[in-house]
Design a protein around this ligand. Structure first.
Ligand SMILES: [Zn+2]
Length: 338
């Protein structure tokens, strides 16, 4: 099969790889319908995470089940499925508590930017749609594998409730879908922080009511200005830098919560400031599996359209261009069709 491999910073190639096989009775093999490039792939692509060996890339996927191992009973060949970027058994105490991305047996998904994928713990990880979805729903269903599930978790972790004022730090695909999630939950006011006009426009389509272009201390001041000096009830942190995390913490009102889903790079939280802020924190890799049934229903009933974050669609052959376009911020998110 053809699959994507990262060799060195900015050296990503589609090449011939071995077809995946069932190696455990809990595995499934799926034939990829669509996959995509994640903002977190760029940490590797840019060499911020060192690339020490040729690495199969991609962890967002949806497709048709081709084959299942002897212990997989909840899905069967021919079904259209979506799964999380962490495989999970969906039965251990952490899974039962709704934190499948902390599953005691979790395994990261790797190599999804390919024609075929082996999914471990398939019975716990994959969720099937009822019947074959219409083709125009594929981009939105694909987002549920990571980016939309992550934006949704940011909103849930920040305890967004109807009527609240919500601030979203980050205008990447996750931040934009955090806006969509907050709007869907019923936030009254959603302040998106973005300096890029096409992203501001999409944020507004997804439900943002205010746009702030300032960053850092000025961004915090702008949020305070908009909220009578109080701060936001809930803040979604969707970047992962020291600046964005500080900005998120300082934008929340006392008693507010920050949901943080940007993978941290160089973030060190000041204990004393945290103590006196009265701000609650919950974040981490999103338990996408927990939200899949609910979000699949919302997409299939056409109540949300998160697939709008894909502003570039390419054949898998052009995966390198997908990375380049996202790296240069020419594209918000690139969808790949094998
Ligand atoms: Zn588990």
């Amino acid at each position: 099969m053809r699959g994507t491999v990262l060799y060195a910073p900015r050296d990503v190639r589609l090449e011939q790889r071995d077809d995946p096989k069932i190696t455990e009775p809990t595995d499934a093999i799926i034939r990829m319908t669509a996959t995509c490039v994640c903002g977190s792939d760029l940490w590797d692509y840019r060499g911020i995470n060192p690339v020490t060996q040729p690495t199969p890339m991609g962890h967002e996927y949806c497709g048709i089940v081709e084959e299942v191992g002897s212990d997989v009973h909840s899905i069967k060949p021919g079904q259209f499925v979506i799964g999380s970027f962490f495989a999970s058994d969906n039965t251990c105490p952490h899974c039962q508590a709704g934190f499948q991305s902390s599953c005691q047996h979790r395994e990261p998904i790797q190599g999804a930017q390919a024609e075929w994928l082996r999914v471990p713990l398939a019975g716990g990880t994959l969720v099937a749609t009822s019947g074959q979805p219409d083709d125009d729903l594929i981009p939105s269903l694909l987002t549920l594998s990571d980016v939309m599930g992550t934006g949704w978790f940011a909103a849930v972790a920040a305890r967004v409730q109807p009527g609240m004022t919500v601030a979203v730090v980050g205008d990447g695909a996750v931040g934009l879908l955090g806006v969509l999630s907050a709007a869907r939950i019923g936030a009254a006011r959603i302040i998106a922080m973005s300096r890029h006009q096409p992203r501001q426009k999409l944020a507004c389509e997804f439900g943002a009511t205010d746009i702030i272009t300032e960053r850092g201390d000025e961004g915090v001041a702008a949020i305070k200005d908009l909220t009578d000096g109080i701060g936001a009830d809930a803040v979604l942190e969707c970047v992962g830098t020291a600046e964005s995390m500080t900005q998120a913490l300082r934008s929340a009102r006392p008693g507010g919560f920050v949901g943080y889903v940007g993978v941290p790079h160089g973030v060190n939280l000041p204990g004393e400031e945290l103590f006196y802020s009265h701000v609650g924190l919950l974040g981490g890799p999103a338990p996408v599996r927990h939200f899949l049934p609910e979000l699949i229903d919302l997409v299939c009933n056409r109540e949300i359209n998160p697939g709008k974050v894909f502003d570039l669609t390419l054949p898998l052959d052009q995966v390198a261009e997908g990375y380049r376009a996202m790296d240069e911020r020419r594209a918000i998110k690139a969808l790949l069709r094998p």
